[in-house]
Design a protein around this ligand. Structure first.
Ligand SMILES: C[S@@+](CC[C@H](N)C(=O)[O-])C[C@H]1O[C@@H](n2cnc3c(N)ncnc32)[C@H](O)[C@@H]1O
Length: 409
């Protein structure tokens, strides 16, 4: 605590001394830039002071500005992916600041005349507003990291490998949170969830209460929760700690609906119709996560040794994530009881890592070869967006494929 107070005082003193000299050197033309820089630096000093003096917040590890070529530190007591995710949440504010600094550097390279014109349309105010949004988001993701550190007993300094942090991981988690647990995500959910829930209810003839359902690749867990709300006994499975840690916060450390506010798109400035859409705020969760859902953390292919454990397996935006779809479909088949149902809805956006990049027809031929009876009458193509920024001018529509298939007896 003592060190942190000295550090924040030092920063404040430093700013007071540097600011006048900076003005003198750059001249009054750059006054508004300088004021921006000053307010950003002083807020950073406050943020550092806050982060260091808060009894809850651990001090974030510094970010290196250049690759040092050091070997990556190993954390033997818990998975690398977990350390990477905690690091990414803890360093979010710094990583987001770097994104904004890159934007500011491009803006600042303009001629004074160009800058004056861009300021007439209020462009320079975006740096200020985005930084405020990043600070709001940082408070949210710091909670995720703290809860994770306590939950996995990481110890306070265990993760300070400064290169091991990823802005994209947090950005992705924000998109998934918005899709699964905000009112803004309701439209995307409504396009696909009812079809899946209806498929389950049809298969069990409305008597599914207590039936065992597996949702592999459950992401932030909303579909699993909605299935549990219907009375099924649901197991969710996920390997990405970005999603797992955020889900922990919502499920086990949230006391009221809409408790957490974030502005997840504050660093996304392209494809905007209006200046303000960058700062769309959303609150989560918009619905209570169903606490009866059991979350199994880890790879779907390794985590379920028992055969024929489930009455249903539901895959949503999942099968195309596989390295080899034969492994995923074989595992779904193995885990189902004879006569059990596999319900799928999702795109076929195979990655370059996928051994097979099958068409929908080929996936269903494969399912038949592996021992499924595909209900051809169930098949539908459904247009769906996924984790889109509200009001974006770029909309990516998946023509998702829905089907229901049963394990041949
Ligand atoms: C496109 S996301 C969809 C998430 C969720 N089903 C939804 O619709 O929002 C695919 C998810 O599958 C997870 N995943 C991919 N391979 C997996 C595996 N082998 N085991 C468990 N989860 C996996 C990813 O981490 C990711 O969260």
């Amino acid at each position: 605590m003592g060190i942190s107070i000295y550090l924040s005082r030092f920063l404040t003193l430093f700013l007071c001394l540097v600011f006048p000299s900076y003005l003198a050197i750059r001249g009054t033309d750059s006054l508004s830039d300088t004021a921006l820089l000053f307010s950003s630096l002083s807020r950073r000093a406050e943020a550092v002071h806050f982060a260091l003096t808060s009894p809850l917040a651990p001090a974030p590890a510094p970010i290196s500005t250049e690759a040092t070529g050091r070997r990556r530190k190993r954390y033997p007591s818990f998975p690398d992916a977990l350390a990477h995710s905690i690091n990414s949440f803890e360093q979010y504010a710094f990583l987001a600041e770097k994104v904004l600094q890159r934007k500011h550097a491009r803006y600042a390279k303009q001629t004074p005349a160009q800058k004056a014109i861009s300021n007439k349309i209020g462009y320079s105010t975006h740096f200020e507003k985005s930084r405020k949004a990043v600070e709001l988001n940082a408070r949210f993701v710091e909670q995720i990291a703290q809860i994770a550190r306590a939950h996995y007993h990481t110890g306070p300094g265990a993760l300070e490998d400064e290169e091991d942090a990823d802005f994209g991981l947090v950005d992705l988690a924000f998109g998934h949170l918005s899709r699964d647990w905000s009112t803004q995500g309701a439209k995307e959910r409504q396009a696909v969830f009812p079809r899946v829930l209806d498929g389950l209810e049809r298969h069990f003839g409305g008597k599914g209460r207590g039936k065992k359902v597996l949702v592999p690749g459950s992401g932030m867990g909303r579909l699993a929760s909605d299935i549990a709300d219907l009375g099924y006994d649901v197991t969710a499975n996920e390997l990405d700690y970005g999603s797992i840690l955020a889900y922990h916060l919502l499920t086990n450390h949230t006391h009221s609906l809409h408790q957490h506010t974030l502005q997840p798109f504050a660093t996304k400035w392209t494809h905007q119709a209006n200046p303000s859409s960058r700062y769309t705020a959303l609150t989560v969760p918009d619905h209570w996560p169903n606490k009866s859902v059991k979350l199994v953390e880890g790879d779907f292919l390794n985590m379920f040794p028992e055969d024929a454990e489930f009455d249903a397996v539901v895959t949503l935006f999942f099968i195309d994530m596989s390295d080899n779809v034969i492994d995923f479909l074989s595992n779904i088949h193995r885990l189902l009881k004879p006569g059990g149902v596999w319900i799928n809805l999702g795109p076929l956006k195979w990655g370059t890592h996928s051994a097979l990049q099958l068409s929908a027809e080929e996936v269903l031929q494969l399912a038949d070869v592996l021992g499924f009876d595909v209900d051809q009458t169930s098949r539908k193509s459904i247009d769906s967006l996924y984790a889109e920024q509200p009001e974006t001018l770029l909309k990516f529509t998946y023509v998702t494929q829905f089907w229901s298939a049963t394990k041949r007896v």
